[in-house]
Write a protein that binds this ligand. Structure first.
Ligand code: F6P
Length: 326
């Protein structure tokens, strides 16, 4: 039987490209004569019955906008059975037959439980800058975040060079080092500290000493927020300072600027492809899957595997970064 009505929501941390994917979901529904509703503020909107019809023109002018037009939230109430029951009452009230969840691992966990409890089809689109989901080489927003980080550190480099300074730059990524590793290679970092690989502070100090010996007058160390070489990036910088009393050291935490901004071309194309495939999957009766991409090809992975599967850091990137910091 043909699916008649789909709901779409954005949940968890916003990421550039969420609007692009939303637009694609709404327009693919319209193309296939399926009604589409948007749920505000993630799962909390399902509980609060904050649900509105979305038509083709409702999503005009958003393909290039960061953030999410539907707003986002992390809902504590949805973690309770009672909360989810309320949400399902509204799903029934609106005759919703399938849900597209655009978000990260927390959102997929919520979607998976909801699907199992109430037998409602759920499809996930991986919207997070962290790139920490299995079953896709790129999550939506990751490429934009990388470019934002690269541009920001390029600017910091101007000061580092002008003042012969050593900068520690902390980037986001939660428990994953993808943003740090890729942006670190792109900006020519002296060292890149990631949670997946702990070489200790001694190795960092040796590398900085070696680079000084080789005539380097300024350096940038990119530190993933999940890295634990120090208590935090400030503590790390303080400990390194003890070894280099004459080196001027500064810390820069990039913070939420990494999550905003207009999505790159890559993320716009990715969001569009993923949005189309999400609706088509629901039309085919598929449920409990995340839409991913590998080598330009759209692929489907179970939500469970997407959350639990190990996302591996690219060893080749570690290797080339070591060659570059000679
Ligand atoms: O998951 C995206 C992310 O930006 C992480 O990189 C970061 O650790 C976290 O969200 C920050 O969350 P909040 O916006 O709640 O401070």
């Amino acid at each position: 039987m043909k699916i008649k009505k789909i709901a779409v929501l954005t949940s968890g941390g916003d990421s550039p490209g969420m609007n692009t994917a939303l637009r694609a979901v709404v327009r693919t529904c319209a193309y296939n004569n399926i009604d589409c509703v948007g749920v505000s503020r993630g799962f909390q909107g399902l509980i609060n019955d904050d649900i509105k019809t979305l038509k083709t023109r409702s999503v005009r002018g958003i393909i290039n906008r960061g953030g999410t037009m539907l707003y986002s939230a992390r809902s504590d109430e949805f973690r309770t059975k009672e909360g989810r029951r309320k949400a399902f009452e509204n799903v029934k009230k609106h005759n919703i037959e399938g849900i597209v969840v655009i978000g990260g691992d927390g959102s997929f966990t919520g979607g998976m439980i909801f699907q199992k409890e109430f037998d409602i089809p759920v499809i996930g689109i991986p919207g997070t800058i962290d790139n920490d989901l299995f079953g896709t080489t790129h999550t939506l927003g990751y490429d934009t975040a990388l470019n934002t980080v690269m541009e920001a550190i390029d600017k910091i480099r101007d000061t580092a060079i002008s003042h012969d300074r050593l900068f520690f730059v902390e980037v986001m990524g939660r428990d994953a080092g993808h943003i740090a590793l890729n942006s670190g290679v792109a900006i020519g970092a002296q060292e890149i500290l990631i949670p997946e690989q702990n070489n200790g502070i001694e190795q960092l100090i040796d590398s900085l000493k070696e680079s000084k010996k080789n005539g380097k007058t300024s350096s940038i160390v990119v530190v993933a927020e999940g890295d634990r070489t120090g208590e935090n990036v400030f503590d790390l910088a303080k400990n390194v300072e003890k070894e280099f009393p004459k080196y001027e050291i500064r810390v820069s935490v990039l913070g939420h600027m990494q999550r905003g901004g207009s999505p790159t071309c890559f993320d716009r194309v990715l969001g569009t492809k993923m949005g189309v495939r999400a609706v088509e999957s629901l039309m085919e009766g598929i449920s409990g899957k995340m839409i991913g991409i590998d080598n330009g090809k759209i692929m489907l992975t179970s939500l469970k595997k997407a959350i639990k599967g190990e996302t591996r850091i690219d060893p080749e990137l570690i290797r080339v970064s070591k060659i570059m910091n000679i």
